[in-house]
Design a protein around this ligand. Structure first.
Ligand code: PAF
Length: 281
């Protein structure tokens, strides 16, 4: 088994990639917080197809956690992660310590996220998205990718990263990748590692609600669809945090239907917070 070449020093990685870029290589980038699963692998495989070199960062970013228990409990499985990436062509791993990503001379300034960070996840996780854009920005500065790959599972994150790229005029294409699901419909997430089999089964209510609302929404207004979805969801065992039907770009709640309308849900299964979403029309 050939484990991927791993860098922990940002300037070493930067130098290697600069040399490759000069010789015309396209660089793909998959930022992750580790605990890799098949969903991450989809992003990596797509990046391998579309680039000459693929960098995967594994860094549990402290600035995006507003709950210290969540940060502490976030799974860290580096050896397994590297094994999952073994024998893949083109791949290098960046596994930095905090100071490599957040150096003393860090020039990042908080960005106006145009209200995208004030709804849904932003309401319940204040400061989370400033932490995400900060780390993604700094990682982009180190890797300088041509293409960066993000999962649609974190729909709001993706919308915010696209906004940051546009606002800061960054030279990177953001590639959106479909959510990978278990056969039960449960979206793959590193947090699923903390669920028992029974809890996993209970958590399929997220997917069933999204599918249900996708089917029935044609006959309802967005506000009626939201109420119907909440009542369907509450038949299950999870504790709902929010369920919103929003504009795909502004993330504002819809009062009339628009192509690409997205239903986003966050809920707790015991102590584990899960999110999911689906384009419903
Ligand atoms: O989606 C994630 O895993 C994280 O938010 C990201 C993009 C790697 C930034 O830490």
């Amino acid at each position: 088994m050939n484990l991927p070449l791993t860098f922990s020093c940002a300037s070493d990685l930067h130098k290697k990639l600069e040399a490759e870029r000069i010789s015309g290589n396209r660089i793909g980038f998959v930022p992750t917080m580790g605990a890799l699963h098949r969903g991450h692998l989809d992003l990596v495989l797509r990046a391998i197809e579309e680039n000459d070199r693929v960098v995967i960062s594994i860094f549990v970013n402290p600035t995006q956690f507003n709950n210290s228990i969540d940060l502490e409990k976030y799974p860290r499985t580096l050896d397994k992660d590297l094994q999952l990436l073994a024998d893949l062509p083109k791949v290098v791993v960046f596994h930095p310590v905090k100071d490599e990503v957040y150096p003393e001379e860090d020039k990042f300034q908080p960005i106006d996220l145009n209200g995208l960070d004030e709804v849904m996840e932003g309401t319940y996780r204040p400061g989370h998205f400033q932490g995400v854009v900060h780390v993604v920005h700094n990682l982009f500065q180190i890797v300088k990718p041509d293409n960066a790959y993000f999962g649609l599972k974190d729909y709001q994150q993706l919308a915010i990263i696209k906004w940051m790229v546009k606002k800061l005029d960054l030279r990177v294409s953001i590639v959106e990748c479909e959510t990978r699901r278990e056969s039960s419909g449960l979206a793959l997430s590193s947090r699923n590692l903390r669920l028992s089999d029974k809890e996993k089964e209970d958590s399929t209510i997220l997917y069933s609600t999204l599918k249900h609302i996708q089917t029935v929404c044609k006959n309802l207004s967005p506000s009626e669809a939201k109420l119907e979805a909440i009542s369907f969801f509450n038949r299950g065992k999870l504790e709902l945090e929010y369920l919103e039907i929003v504009d795909p770009v502004t993330l504002k709640e819809l009062d009339s239907w628009k192509d690409g309308a997205v239903c986003c849900i966050a809920a707790y299964c015991g102590e584990v917070r899960l999110i999911d979403n689906m384009i419903i029309c």
